[in-house]
Design a protein around this ligand. Sequence first.
Ligand code: OFO
Length: 196
Amino acid sequence: MKNSFRLPNKVCRDIIKYQTIRQKELKKEGINMVITEKIQDAINQQINAELYSAYLYLSMSAYFETQNLSGFAKWMKGHAQEELTHAMKFYEYVLERMGKMALQAIPAPPAKWDSPVAAFEQVYQHEQKVTALINALLELATTHKDYATCALLQWFVNEQVEEEANTCKMLEKAKLAGASVGALFALDHQAGKGKD
Ligand code: OFO
C-alpha cells in the first residue's frame, strides 16, 4: 500500500528479542505473565462480540432517529460508546499480557425493527448472550488457573448485571407504553435525559 507505515525489520526483530528475554526473566521469577494462546484467542473473540454490540446499539440509534425518537437514539448511542470502551479494555489487556491481536470482521447488525419494543427486546436478549460469553470466558480462565484474567473478567461479570438490568428496564417500560404515543414520547424524553 502506498502510504502504509511499516517498522523496519531490524526494529521488529529487536522488539521480539526483547519480549522473549523479558518473558524468560519473568518466568524465572515465577511470574508467568504471558497469556496462553487459548485465552488470548477467546479474548480476541470477545473483542469482536463487544464491537458487534457497539454496532448493534449504533444501528438501533440510527433506527430511532428515523422514528423521531431522539431520546432513545441518544440512549443507544451512549451505550454504543460504552461497548467500545469494553472492547478497548480487552484489547489493552491482551497487549499488556504480551499476547497477539487478531481482529476479525464484525458482522452487520439489523437495520430496522418493527417497533421500539422489538428493538429493546433484541438488545436485552443480546445482553443475555454477552453475559453467557463472559461467564464461559471466566470458566475457561479458571480452568487454566489464569487469575489475572479472572480478575479482569470479574469486572465484566458485574458490568453485565448492570447491562441486563438497564436493557430489561427499558424493555418493560416500552411494553407498558404500548400503543400510547403520549406514553412513548414521555419515555423517549426520559431516556434522552439519561434516565433508564
Ligand atoms: Fe459489553 O456489555 Fe453490552 O454487550
